[in-house]
Ligand binder design. Structure first.
Ligand SMILES: [Zn+2]
Length: 274
């Protein structure tokens, strides 16, 4: 018998990677808030924390000048990891950080609640149980006024998005598994009964050397896939509505063989087969 001693490995200190965002406002007291002043402030602030590592300082001249999509792309290209440790930033992750009241120095307790202690089902608290807001619970890293302005902008963009979406909930959501283009729709008419229905297929189906083999889908089939996805997700009432689709679905990749890969707004991916 041989006994091998394995020496304890020294623990690596946990390093927090930090990125800063410098913003030049058009206010009169701009001197203190100049880009240089802010950059220097962040550099010193981050240097004062030995367990922090500065990734990058991103500067911009106004909070409204970047879309969340662009912010996500910038963070991805900077190599900043998401809170879950992933390399690709999604719109929903950026949005959830922008609307997280913790950065404003507030804590909202009881954000979720347990519906059933036996099954341990936990749900988002939309007012079913009281929640508690603790102001100044810790030092804010974003000025409350900036935070509140961001919430206004987010609400405006949600409204705008809802307006655009009134065309058709599937528009700009279905993606061809063969070439990556969006699906578009045509109205088809059954010769026998005159019945009209939407058929969705790749906008560039015939553009390549070979036609994309991603399947054509009727509205009903997309809805059916959505309901299957809800079932897989453990939803207690898996029924399609435009509202639920708009709220949940970021995109759906339609692949050969009728496999549909749903990317949900909560960063979850669910695959279903028709
Ligand atoms: Zn295609």
């Amino acid at each position: 018998m041989r006994i091998e001693e394995i020496p304890a490995s020294p623990k690596k200190p946990k390093v927090t990677r930090v990125a800063a965002y410098a913003r030049v406002s058009s206010d009169k007291d701009a001197a203190f808030h100049s880009l240089e002043a802010q950059t220097e402030y962040y550099q010193n602030y981050i240097a004062a924390h030995p367990d922090w590592e500065l990734v990058a300082i991103y500067s911009d001249n106004g909070i409204s000048s970047k879309t969340i999509n662009e912010i996500a792309a910038i963070l991805t290209s900077m190599g900043v990891l998401t809170p879950a440790g992933r390399t690709k930033w999604s719109v929903s992750t950026v949005r959830s950080i922008l609307s997280n009241e913790k950065y404003k120095g507030e804590a909202l307790l009881q954000k979720t609640f347990t519906v059933d202690y036996l099954t341990k089902e936990v749900r988002k608290n939309n007012g079913e149980v009281p929640s508690v807001r603790v102001r100044n619970s810790h030092e804010p890293i974003i000025e409350p006024e900036v935070f509140d302005r961001v919430q206004e902008i987010l609400a405006e963009s949600t409204k705008r998005r809802a307006k655009v979406r009134t065309k058709h909930p599937f528009a700009g959501r279905l993606i061809c598994g063969d070439c990556g283009s969006f699906y578009g729709h045509k109205v088809w008419r059954l010769r026998s009964t005159g019945e009209r229905y939407n058929v969705w297929y790749c906008n560039h189906k015939y553009d390549g050397d070979k036609a994309c083999e991603s399947p054509r889908l009727r509205d009903e089939e997309v809805k059916e896939a959505f309901e299957k996805m809800l079932q897989k997700y453990g939803d207690s009432n898996p029924v399609y509505t435009d509202e639920r689709w708009n709220k949940l679905v970021e995109s759906v990749k339609v692949c050969r063989g009728g496999h549909l890969i749903f990317t949900l707004t909560e960063d979850r991916v669910v695959k279903v087969t028709l």
